[in-house]
Write a protein that binds this ligand. Structure first.
Ligand code: T4K
Length: 365
């Protein structure tokens, strides 16, 4: 893997991995040979097979992005109204998917240690209108999956994990994606494994998977029409990028782990970090750091930006504060974390010299 970062190059929070062109082209050649461009072509099928084997999960439905994957999961369970318990600390897509399905997001605050849903606060948010819980394995850290499942079972609720960040994370010896009723992934260009755009729904339940499969292709198989579906199919060109990237997945993961280790060493506990969870095999999807105050964060950002380095405020603002929501429900932990958290640049070609530079600037400020 080449690591080329000229010091004049702008450094963003991420830089999509691009496979060697000839490897991508070899898949594109196959598309040209068959003329099969989309509608569940051979490359899509091959990618679905390879990813489900790699992740050790069944019933893998590749779709156009991680947001529609969440909407499909709600649709697959016939959830068309009602309340969905979710986290305010995520990318806005988690809540948007709920709103687009005409449901109401009910925010439950997060754990200060790993920023996932605080299980002890879920039960008091359940009403007779609650249909599902949609937690997020944020940054690839594991939610309290056992605690959540217990509550879901007690109240008869579906659990849909937004696992957009959780590709390759394992918990208690198996893929984090194997918990809950459905887990969804994002394969957006900014993710550790990407297909330019893309996403997936994963479920243990074959019937749910069959429904998802119908929903994503207009609800019909040939002349038989089963339900109102929509178009969430992915193209062969996206699958080609996925297959070419997939050949390098171990190298990508290893490099991200190494870079995270460099940050750990160089920052030496100067900034807050999520607590390591026992039983979690982390995927190094992001490198989140917590500043003491928002003011400190802003000073560090100004100094880094001056040098052409652009970390991101993932995730700010806390979603419960969005102005277009019907009501404001305070979530003090999420609001506090959101105001002072940032993700530092993390991608396979990031050089050690740049990591040192970033850490030096942080230290000076
Ligand atoms: N659930 C969660 C928890 C999520 O985090 C997301 C998406 C979703 C659901 C929905 O999944 P998708 O529907 O997107 O599949 C980015 C991504 O667009 C979004 O996928 C991701 N989460 C979110 C955390 O980050 P932005 O607005 O921060 O992206 P952008 O364009 O500012 O990119 C960040 C940096 O990456 C840029 O400063 C430069 C670099 N970059 C980006 C792109 C797109 C490149 O170098 N090349 C590129 O092509 O949202």
């Amino acid at each position: 893997m080449t690591t080329a970062a000229a010091t004049t190059e702008k450094i963003f929070v991420t830089k999509p991995y691009l496979p060697p062109k000839e490897e991508y082209y070899s898949y594109v050649d196959r598309i040209y040979e068959t003329g099969h461009l989309t509608n569940e072509g051979p490359l899509v099928k091959e990618l679905e097979r390879k990813l489900s084997d790699y992740l050790g999960v069944e019933n893998f439905q590749y779709v156009t992005n991680g947001t529609i994957a969440l909407q499909f999961a709600l649709k697959a369970f016939g959830i068309e109204d009602g309340e969905i318990i979710t986290t305010p600390f995520s990318y806005v897509a988690t809540t948007s998917s709920i709103l687009w399905e005409r449901c109401k997001p009910v925010f439950v605050d997060i754990e200060p240690d790993n920023f996932t849903l605080d299980v002890s606060k879920i039960e008091s948010a359940i009403t007779e209108k609650t249909k599902a819980i949609m937690p997020v394995h944020v940054f690839g850290y594991a939610c309290d999956v056992d605690g959540i499942q217990k509550i879901a079972d007690k109240y008869g609720l579906k659990v849909i994990y937004d696992a957009a960040h959780a590709f390759g994370s394992e918990y208690k010896g198996k893929s984090l994606l194997s918990y809950g009723d459905v887990s969804t992934l994002s394969f957006h260009a900014t993710k550790l494994f990407h297909t330019v755009e893309g996403g997936a729904c994963i479920t243990k339940d074959k019937e749910v998977s069959d429904r998802l499969s119908l929903i994503k292709r207009f609800g019909n198989i040939g002349e038989e029409h089963y339900c109102p579906g929509i178009n969430g199919k992915q193209s062969e060109f996206h699958a080609a990028m996925g297959l070419a990237n997939f050949a390098h997945i171990e190298e990508i993961k290893q490099r991200r782990k190494t870079i995270s280790g460099y940050y750990d060493e160089l920052l030496e506990g100067r900034l807050g970090r999520p607590k390591t969870q026992s039983g979690l095999e982390y995927n190094y999807a992001y490198y989140p750091v917590l500043f003491k105050t928002e003011e400190e964060l802003l000073r560090v950002f100004a100094a880094l930006n001056k040098q052409g380095i652009y970390p991101r405020r993932y995730f700010y603002p806390s979603i419960n504060k969005l102005s277009y929501l019907d009501e404001y429900k305070p979530c003090p932990v999420s609001e506090n974390i959101s105001s002072r958290i940032a993700c530092l640049p993390l991608y396979p070609t990031l050089e050690l010299s740049m990591i040192k530079r970033i850490c030096n600037i942080i230290e000076k400020v």
